[in-house]
Design a protein around this ligand. Sequence first.
Ligand code: HDD
Length: 721
Amino acid sequence: MKEKDPKITENAKLADLAQDKSDGTNQFMTTDQGVKINDDNNSLKAGDRGPSLLEDFILREKITHFDHERIPERIVHARGSAAHGYFQPNAEAKKYTKAGFLQDPNSTTPVFVRFSTVAGFRGSTDMARDVRGFAVKFYTQEGNFDLVGNNVPVFFIQDASKFPDLIHAVKPEPHNEMPQAASAHDTFWDFISLMPESMHMIMWAMSDRAIPRSYRMMEGFGVHTFRFINEKNESNFVKFHWKPKLGTHAVVWDEAVKISGNDPDFHRRDLWEAIDAGNFPEWELGVQVIPEADEHKFDFDLLDPTKIVPEELVPITIIGKMVLNRNPDNFFAETEQVAFHPGHVVPGIDFTNDPLLQGRLFSYTDTQLSRLGSPNFHEIPINRPIAPLHNNQRDGHMRQEINVGRVSYHPNSLGGGCPYQAKIAEGGFASFNERIDAKKVRERSDSFADHFSQAKLFYESQTAVEQDHIINALRFELSKVEVPAIRERMLGLLSQIDKKLAESVAVVLGIPVPKSPEKPMNHGVGADDEGKQEPKPLVKYAQTSDALSMIKNKHNSDTIETRMVAFLCADGVEGASVNTMKNTLEKEGATVKIIGTNSTVLKTAEGKELKVDHNLLTVSSVLFDAVFIPAGEESVNRLKEEDKIPEFLNDTYKHCKVIGAERDGIDLLNEVDFITTLSEKKLIEHGIITNDEEQNDNFATDFITAMKQHRFWIREKPLKN
Ligand code: HDD
């Protein structure tokens, strides 16, 4: 650990979990009944070559337990990784909410956070093009509060009744269970092409937001509009935002595909290793606060989860920070068994009538009943609150709590009326008494019918490079679609966002953009008698929002902290060249990995030993943020013999990452294609930082300045069409 965080030992949830930890060090092996085992290697048999005996309770217990080790994976978000940490508020939220954990800037609240992909199975790649889950459990003194969000601020659908359809469409197709962890297939785009309300989300999902560089470099969003309720029982609408300290960054598609092959655990490993090294990931929590009186002030409905509230309309107020500072001890016990629920709220936080949120309030308890097997899932250590828990819920599978006394009902006199109900002043939860006066209908509000304005807002807010990436993603995904009618419908919808976007995708599909797009079936799919739920044509939003672009986003930081730099080395590398660059990079918080032509140590030109972190054989440039070739004639000559080098450097270039080379190191660049197309003058402009002087104090700082730019998009050729 680089840094000891005092809050690790102060965390009440970790103390709570400690009661259930088990460690076999220096202990005898026993059965589940505590009987010491004398032989764990041989089953009980009738003779050493004879059949096994049913009597062998040790064998039976061991095999039975093994046979039942698996539980159903999550129906969505099956693939995930998690960490412990804490949340610390500032003084900003208390005027809007009475939630205890948001009052005192000197207080901290333990959290457990799980990041995930949505569509892939538990063993699928981290690097799929997909939305990422961002679920935070706050173990507050007033009970658990779960903020179950995503790294995208909107959703595909407006009404929870379409969720099973959406997920059936995106998951591997049911006849052959293909493709895994991918939306590039017919059923997904068939559904999407019939659901114009998904267009805003599709723009996000086709952008580089869906292939993050790291869980540590993602924004998070509560998506729905929630409510904050203060001591005076005043309600304000709020949208939750997580802003990563390291900025919001992504990889490029070609890189994502190669990472999936090189290290399918890329994000999981990144999170684990960062925390293990003491590089604790950190986010600020922000809210957009909208007074009740402003509910109808916008061109969109605050209850519609396919809409954002642009930051330019309602700025974000930062209300605290979250730090993740401890890896779980056991993946299954913690990461797999944790059960989040958007309905886990505490006094001071409440729901709105967003129809997607309302459906979620049912789904998350329900799913745990089959996934974790019993309504007692709240007793699993990672799920149990640190706040005291007393009620009249009883029994059920695997009940842990031993409730004493005769009384399990309320009201009672035999138990003295206990457990008591709490008055609001005593911290009792009371739902916000919103006035509802309405007819029971199966309808969608007309205010939900504009599906294109914000899709357009998002697209137009991107830089040209980001737009090209969206176009390329759509080209890829729709080229994988086999049924022509689906592609055509998609082009029709895209043309309503942006004509050029649709045309650019159409060029690669080899079909024209339909002149008058077929009227897409909308929610209700034909069942809407009066036609009043048809999507409305685009209305407003001429402006753009820089916050939507990862390149223009003002929250993006220019730090290179925790970025990985590969040093390509072989025997004969100049130790001085390695060390100067390494020390300067490490001072900036970057991590250096020595990539060698063997797996253990190299001999430097100075005759010293240099420890190798990875054998060149086992890595690829996609696992790093930048590459440096130190000086050393012999080292460079040896590297020239390596088949992997041209691909390593060409990919670094193709993925627009910084390349540095010192003296003889520059020679290695002559081995690769891109160098021939660049004049010496253009090297720096293209993020290739070289130094041919013996002594050059600026070199390492130039390399760092270039890394702060993250990617040199200038290398990408703009799309022609
Ligand atoms: Fe969901 C899991 C986020 C809509 C039903 N959801 C799940 C997880 C996240 C989200 C991050 C994983 C939690 C974990 O790590 O264990 N879900 C969202 C967001 C949504 C959303 C941001 C829209 C704004 N979800 C949504 C709807 C439904 C569900 C509309 C059903 C009506 N989600 C589930 C679920 C899951 C789940 C089936 C699967 C595993 C679980 O709950 O515990 O109940």
